[in-house]
Design a protein around this ligand. Sequence first.
Ligand SMILES: [Zn+2]
Length: 347
Amino acid sequence: MTNGDYFAKLAKMRRDYLGDRYHSALQRLRNHDALPLIPVAREQQAVLEAQIMAELCSGGRWWAHPFGIAKVDVTFSNSAILTLDSHHVSARENNEHKQYPASEYAAGRLLPSAEEGMQVHGPLGLRVARIEDKDLTLRHADSREAQVILRACPGTHWQQHIDERLEDTRKAGFRPLWRERSMTKHELSDQQQFPMVWEEKQGLAWIGSGLLRRIALFHTSSTAHSVSSWITGYEWIVELTTIRGLPLEHDRFLARLTDPTWGLPLRVASHHCFCEMSRRGPFGWQCTYRLQATGDRKGGLQLRFQADGFARKRLHRDALLKAGADRKWLERVLPERLINQAEESDR
Ligand SMILES: [Zn+2]
């Protein structure tokens, strides 16, 4: 392989796994300004990234990219920079889609607060380190090195969103925790009260961080138009929803996710595939894959590939367009012809 071929291959991988633009990735790789591989996050860095993945990726909103994260960059110091979509959209029946800034959403989900005598709301130990222009740097109270930068669109006023969050938190009678230097008594007591929950989250950190560092796969290597994710015990669950009439293409997605060089060290432990059965009738179905570590790490990943009906798909397509989704991608995951056909047969 020539040097040119080598960089071209890496640039494609950066595009598919990290969401980088091909030509920009190529340039950066040639200038030795980008990592040629995706490194594993160190302990506290993985915890911080997994906390952010869990909070930002719960779904239920329409974004230009799955989860509203357009791109991830892993820096030479092994921290992460997440480039956010500018806004998300709520799909309304009257087609008056309302837009909300991604930065406001992120501040609302990520900044922790404490309800006296009750549990902590938001990720334990997450702290605001600094704001510089459109970058919000988050860190973990237990670590000097761990950090994640949220890069918002130009014109974003992080401070304004944080001030609004502060006002809401105080109005509710809660205590804001995101400026505290170290872990607060509220957070420590939360950890002690629910040790199993904390242990499970720590155990799953490598999966959350690993998924976040490959977030573009959900956009580039799947036929899903909608993705959501949550944690149950020692399992990280991701649900990928594909419109009926398109193949679920789970084998392709799994191959990329478990690629020995670019993927996560996971193997399929069990699965139930209904693709063959689905060809006999127009039923909704779900193929479920449970993956476990190839080594001795704890925790597992459950991927649910769902085939969804046509209800509200015109509405969802319009919402994705308003969110700024790429038209080529949209035509691949929610093709106009399938929606037209469904509307025709309903008449
Ligand atoms: Zn299947």
